[in-house]
Design a protein around this ligand. Structure first.
Ligand code: SF4
Length: 183
């Protein structure tokens, strides 16, 4: 059984402290808050989704990363987890879900199918979700173990923690979305 002394607090960011004050960059504080409260939208179509259920459950406990609050509404989620084989017929639906998410939003392709089509090198299967939406993190495996999914979430946390608050209005980001024909 865990004790309160086992609970680790998030480390304070770099900054300047003195008698009664602490100063740091806005980017750092926003990044820290975002990274430790990602709200997942699980887009699960097959076996990898079952691994995610294990990741959510008590043994692996995704709540340790501040991500226990699942959202099945795109408008209340910022971390899209795509898990499973995505048929080409389903690609427009996945894209619509992505478009309905508010900025800032991030995407993890969980497992071989979401990342590259996996073993389904066939006419009906999308050969990777990055054909229709931008992806931030790819998790390898068929299926990936819960530890790998957690590793993917932690990798995304690093990205989010270090992302500038201005990135979403940068030319580079607009070009990325334009390359997917998303305005
Ligand atoms: S990567 Fe493997 S385990 Fe995951 S959905 Fe595809 S076939 Fe299933």
């Amino acid at each position: 059984m865990s004790k309160s002394s086992d609970i680790k607090m998030v480390e304070a960011p770099e900054g300047y402290s003195g008698e009664g004050f602490f100063a740091t960059k806005l980017d750092t504080i926003v990044g820290m808050a975002r990274a430790n409260s990602m709200w997942p939208l699980p887009f699960a179509t097959s076996c990898c989704g079952i691994e995610f259920m294990a990741t959510m459950a008590s043994h692996y406990d995704v709540a340790r990363f501040g991500s226990e609050r699942m959202s099945f509404s795109p408008r209340q989620a910022d971390m899209l987890l795509v898990m499973g084989t995505i048929a080409k017929k389903m690609a427009p639906i996945l894209r619509q879900v992505y478009e309905q998410m508010a900025e800032p939003r991030w995407v993890i392709a969980v497992g071989a199918c979401a990342s590259s089509g996996g073993i389904f090198d066939t006419y009906s299967v999308l050969q990777g979700i990055d054909k229709v939406i931008p992806v931030d993190v790819y998790v390898p495996g068929c299926p990936p173990r819960p530890e790998q999914i957690l590793d993917g979430i932690m990798t995304l946390q690093d990205i989010v923690r270090n992302e500038s608050v201005r990135r979403r209005s940068s030319e580079e980001y607009k070009e990325l979305l334009a390359s997917y024909n998303i305005s």
